[in-house]
Design a protein around this ligand. Sequence first.
Ligand code: UD1
Length: 430
Amino acid sequence: MEQYIIKGGHPLVGEVEIGGAKNAALAILAAAIMTDDTVLIDNIPDVNDVNVLLDAITGIGAKVHRVDRHTVKINGSGIRNYDVEYDYIKKIRASYYLLGALLGKYKRAEVALPGGCNIGSRPIDQHLKGFRALGADVDIEHGKVVAEAEKLVGRHVYFDVVTVGATINVMMAATMAEGITIMENVAKEPHVVDVANFLNSMGANIRGAGTDVIKIRGVHRLHGTEYSVIPDQIEAGTFMFAAAATKGDVTVLNVIPKHLEATIAKLTEIGCEVEEFDDAVRVVSKGDLTSTHVKTLPYPGFPTDMQPQIGVTLALCKGTSTITESIFENRFKYLDELARMGANIKVEGNSATIEGVEQFSGARVSAPDLRAGAALCIAGLATDGITIVDDIIYILRGYERFDEKLRSIGALMEQVSTEKEIQKFTLKVS
Ligand code: UD1
């Protein structure tokens, strides 16, 4: 089992380069198969979820060429198989984007029901409702979503909940439907806009991404393009909270500060100094940090994917903080682990009340999911002892070279998998 071992208690200081947004890249890679021309995509993060999706795309007959670590060329002209049964695909959430992409282009798709982090019940009813509204027959058979249509026809689609996945998925299918689709109550996340921009660069006609209503005029064919994925606001925010919790001074490079407004607002509220540049943000954390209240909301609200990172930080802030998780019901599991490190937290339903403590103590903890895993690493870095984070497989799904980037700003941590490696690290740092 892969683990991180961390000797904390040092402020993180320096500059760290942020990669492309995982959640944008996954949707864009799926959408890239919607043309028979070659598409070149840059700023792809080299993380496990991306590699699983690329394998699945190869598995249905597309050509995938890794130009370099962050650049890929995809040509979907060879796709003859619309059935995505590749084993690992069940483990990632974004596999559902192959439904929208295949259904849009070929009017047929069979994709294993999506998995992903266990952070809540995660239904996909709004995706299916959208496909059905466009005229597809959609069934769940033997653990797969099977969707087909003679033709897709543009319609009004109203989403009952604001969902990133369904907004992007239905947008992809509607891109190649006949006539006009109007999607209402859509998600406004930066990656919704990024996918719309990508599709438009392939010849789609999508307007309104980033607002509550998206209007799509269907086109018959999409063409090749070259595109660069936006920076990852969650990776950036993770390093920004790591700076806050360790009393550090970290500049995140290659970011779009506008996408980080909710994170910047909270960091400022708790007493960090935050400096914004054109494509960088510096977080300086000095002295005592103070408590605040957070509620996760769809963009531009505070992201649910940043909830564990702020949770760990608030557990070290003076006073009483509260967190309300309004997107996923199962996102407080990391708090049990944090309690083992000495945090003082009470959870009731979807709210957590946090009494700040001065110090955590090192412990062996387990990453319950991707973002929570990263947050527990932040806790370890802020702790004066040794922390071992188990199950980092989750972290590797979504963070590229996480330990290496943290080491570059002063973290003492290593990826280990044996008792011997743990002992070696412990000896080295003591
Ligand atoms: C995506 C992100 C995930 C992020 C989440 C919210 C990917 C691969 N994952 O997940 O990192 O935490 O957005 O920003 O991009 N819902 C329904 N029915 C549906 C779809 C969603 O009820 O058909 C509900 C969900 O249970 C949740 C809310 O809508 O309460 C938002 O979910 P959604 O935005 O769709 O999240 P995901 O696409 O699963």
